[in-house]
Design a protein around this ligand. Structure first.
Ligand code: GZL
Length: 319
């Protein structure tokens, strides 16, 4: 056998061994639910990524209830999965179930949200800098309004979730040096379009038919899209009478921006599974311990960034 043939054979064996190793792997994924377009995209991309890497994915949709996530994790432990992906709906209440996974020697990777538990209870967390996202949104609005008085209404994410906590504090720091900007009403829309619309209707009613509102800051695009509908139904022009800034970068917010009905979004990548699986594969290969936080990038988009093209680029990516 020539050296070249030998090398080709070795390479082929190495690839097939990796594939066999991956095919032996079963991953439990405790997903929050399908509350937003972004969440749907994250689920789609996780399924695709697992399939491409030859993993068996056990998927659980918690319908945004922590007790369902905890039950799913316990079921994954009982099944003896090789790893668990967890997108934690809220930040607290995970210590005991994460301790059970640790005792079962099943690595847990957090996706897109953080937990208050000690970081020795999970392998790593993949996500964006949520505070930074809020700060970028606040700084954009401050720059946009200049010295004009601006009464802001805020649609918060799910109460007790790390994005709701961090995006609120980040936005407040982004406007802190601008006394002419003030958050006058703030309430959770639970990251959904329906509740975002409903809460915005109450803000409009409380604020002189919306005429006293200068801007909406929504912790995700889906609540902003719902609020845009409420603004239009009140006879006002979203994007003009009321500026709209939010976070995620889902296709429909780019469509709204192209229509002049939204002004800015901070993009959050839905591909958290790629870095998660890379970290798990390094850990399985030779015990490599990853950093405890693998940060994904955030990028501001405004109406100046060809939103129609950005819409086309994201349409059909599982949102
Ligand atoms: C943020 C993520 C949030 C998205 C929302 O990392 O947890 O959850 O911004 C989703 O669209 O509901």
């Amino acid at each position: 056998m020539t050296t070249k043939t030998l090398m080709t054979t070795v390479a082929a064996l190495a690839i097939s061994a990796t594939a066999v190793m991956a095919q032996d792997r079963t991953i439990g994924f405790s997903q929050i639910g399908s509350e937003s377009g972004w969440r749907a995209a994250e689920t789609t991309l996780t399924r695709t990524e697992a399939e491409e890497r030859g993993y068996q994915l056990q998927f659980s949709d918690a319908q945004q209830r922590q007790e369902n996530q905890i039950a799913a994790i316990r079921s994954f432990i009982a099944q003896g999965v090789d790893a668990i992906l967890l997108a934690p709906v809220v930040a607290t209440g995970w210590d005991s179930v994460l301790q059970e996974a640790k005792e079962a020697e099943i690595p847990v990777v957090l996706l897109d949200r953080q937990v208050d538990s000690s970081d020795d209870l999970y392998l790593t967390a993949v996500g964006s800098n949520l505070v930074h996202e809020g700060q970028v949104a606040g700084e954009w609005l401050a720059n946009e309004v200049g010295d004009r008085e601006c009464r802001i209404v805020e649609l918060q994410g799910t109460t007790g979730s790390s994005p709701a906590i961090d995006r609120k504090s980040g936005f407040e720091s982004g406007i802190a040096d601008h006394a002419n900007l003030e958050i006058v009403r703030s309430q959770t829309g639970d990251f959904t379009r329906a509740l975002g619309k409903e809460v915005m209707e109450s803000f409009i009613q409380a604020e002189n038919g919306g005429k006293d509102i200068c801007a909406l800051y929504a912790h995700n695009d889906d609540m902003a899209v719902g609020a845009i509908q409420a603004i239009k139904e009140a006879g006002l022009k979203p994007g003009e009478d009321i500026l709209v800034v939010s976070i995620d970068g889902v296709p429909d917010i780019f469509q709204a921006m192209a229509d002049g009905e939204a002004n800015a979004t901070v993009e959050l990548t839905p591909n958290m599974a790629g870095p998660a699986f890379d970290a798990l594969e390094a850990f399985w290969a030779d015990g490599t311990e990853p950093e405890k936080f693998l940060q994904t990038e955030s990028k501001l988009f405004t109406q100046a960034d060809d939103p129609a093209a950005e819409y086309e680029a994201r349409k059909g990516l599982g949102y």
